[in-house]
Design a protein around this ligand. Structure first.
Ligand code: CDP
Length: 224
């Protein structure tokens, strides 16, 4: 079984994916973490993202995996846990430019498909229902207004002790929304057969309640 969760930044899709993963006992893969890990590698190794051959060469040296530490899934880049390093504003500022590079997308999409070969999976991202798994059993497209998403990401960063203003958070989300939905390769868009979930007025339990109801109805309809 494959459940694809796509949508805008801070729409709640990662939280929802984690909650669905424990409720349904299905593995969760955060595909955004993979784009962030590549971005971190490019920053650390000063890879010129405008140079195609440098990017292709760098990709050959990158290995991304996930492991569970204290009950939480964390991202591993070339053997080191990078879960907090990939969530900095420096990475957030560059990640959408990196994710617009076709060779980067090809590299990650094949890894993402392989992850679903041997197991049921919930994957969240931007192109999961449209490109990575067009045949997914259930597709949700998760969104909320820019103000709601900005406040959520601001609260999240503040709780982690990050020094940032609400205007900087809004500017980053707006910039990424624009790059992600206008890029040529695999732009962020709702798949035709995806169910729209607006999380603007939903708290965590409301989100999971709405999503499980939608998934249940879809599975009955699809005979999954
Ligand atoms: O956590 P947040 O919603 O801010 O973003 P994320 O899921 O960590 O994704 C970071 C960035 O990776 C996005 O803004 C996209 O540029 C890119 N991405 C993508 O292009 N395709 C995916 N399947 C997942 C993420």
């Amino acid at each position: 079984m494959v459940i694809a969760l796509d949508g805008h930044s801070s729409s709640g899709k990662s939280t929802l994916a984690k909650d669905l993963s424990s409720l349904l006992s299905v593995s969760h893969i955060d595909s955004g973490a993979m784009y962030r890990a590549i971005t971190l590698y490019f920053i650390r190794h000063k890879v010129d993202i405008n140079n195609k051959s440098t990017v292709a060469y760098a990709l050959e040296s990158i290995n991304i995996s996930f492991k569970v530490v204290d009950g939480k899934t964390v991202t591993v880049l070339n053997g080191s846990v990078v879960e907090s390093d990939i969530r900095t504003m420096e990475v957030s500022d560059l990640v959408s430019d990196v994710a617009a590079i076709s060779s980067v997308r090809r590299y990650l999409v094949s890894q993402q498909r392989r992850l679903a070969d041997a197991q049921s999976i919930i994957m969240d991202g931007r192109d999961i229902g449209t490109v990575v798994f067009p045949e997914a059993d259930v597709k949700l497209f998760v969104t909320a207004s820019i103000e709601v998403r900005t406040q959520r990401r601001y609260d999240e960063l503040k709780a982690r002790g990050v020094e940032i203003t609400i205007d900087e958070v809004r500017a980053n989300l707006t910039k990424r929304d624009h790059i992600d939905s206008t890029r040529e390769d695999s732009p962020l868009k709702q798949a035709e057969d995806a169910i729209l979930l607006d999380t603007g007025s939903l708290d965590r339990s409301g989100m999971i309640a709405s999503a499980t109801k939608m998934i249940h109805e879809k599975m009955i309809k699809n005979n999954v």
